[in-house]
Design a protein around this ligand. Structure first.
Ligand code: NAG
Length: 249
């Protein structure tokens, strides 16, 4: 009997008590909900750094992206690349500048944050690519120091019902990204000279190259974020993200 009671409590706990104490508890009708969310996320930083497995939140620092396929043709740009084992260090030092939500019969959110420095490493394989006049081909390890990153992410979500419980799922995520400076190194054991000249070309005028590849960076970040956010949102019932308080009048 005791065992049964324990099991049923444990079951209820896994369904309703998923959200740990440190998770922001912001009320849907709080006029200061944006401040509540900002403070809540800021307070969770140490947890976000190492990840929160029970909420499907992976470690933010380093943030690991196992595989990325890039294929883009635009003015001054033809890029075909496979990026593997990408790791970004420093993301947990983000500072939130603004949070905006609109919960009037919809779920719109916008967050603006600054990341002072990101150190990235990745294995790259670039085929038949060109940026401005530089032909880029090769395979190796890329390292980069990226400073002054500003990110604005906007999302629209809709509620869905899973096993009788309401959750949010992001329908659309758009990001705007600005990078102040970046310096890279490329190590390609087969074509070291070509790798060195590509890195030198980039490092001589990172702003010019970043402007050209920025739409690709923005789309890629949004595409990486969406499934990641939906996995988290699919774990936390909607009424534990925005606490619904019945009006008292
Ligand atoms: C990144 O910064 C570190 C530490 O300041 C430095 O040792 C490294 O050479 C830099 N890497 C690049 C690609 O500039």
């Amino acid at each position: 009997m005791k065992v049964l009671l324990f099991i049923s409590i444990a079951t209820v706990a896994t369904v309703y008590g998923k959200v740990p104490d440190y998770f922001p508890k912001c009320k849907k009708n709080d006029p200061l909900i944006e401040q509540c969310l900002t403070d809540g996320i800021e307070n969770m930083k140490p947890k976000l750094k190492t990840g929160i497995p029970e909420l499907n939140i992976p470690a933010l620092d380093p943030f690991v992206v196992p595989t990325l396929k890039l294929d883009r043709t635009a003015s001054n740009l033809r890029l075909k690349a496979v990026i593997k084992n990408a790791k970004a260090y420093g993301g947990s030092n983000f500072r939130i500048e603004k949070v905006k939500v609109n919960l009037n019969n919809k779920y719109l959110a916008e967050i603006k944050l600054q990341i002072p420095k990101l150190i990235v490493t990745a294995d790259y394989d670039v085929l038949g690519s060109r940026i401005l006049t530089a032909e880029i081909n090769g395979k190796g390890v890329m390292k980069g120091n990226i400073t002054g990153v500003s990110v604005v992410a906007k999302g629209r979500a809709k509620p869905i019902v899973k096993d009788g419980v309401e959750y949010l799922q992001a329908e659309k995520i758009v990001t705007k990204i600005k990078i102040k400076n970046a310096q890279i190194s490329l190590t390609d054991s087969e074509r070291p000279a070509a790798a060195l000249s590509a890195a030198t070309f980039f490092n001589a005028s990172p702003g010019v190259i970043l402007d050209i590849i920025n739409p690709l960076i923005e789309d890629t970040v949004a595409a990486v974020l969406k499934p990641f956010i939906n996995k988290v949102l699919g774990t936390i019932p909607l009424n534990e993200i925005f606490i619904d308080v019945a009006p008292s009048s």
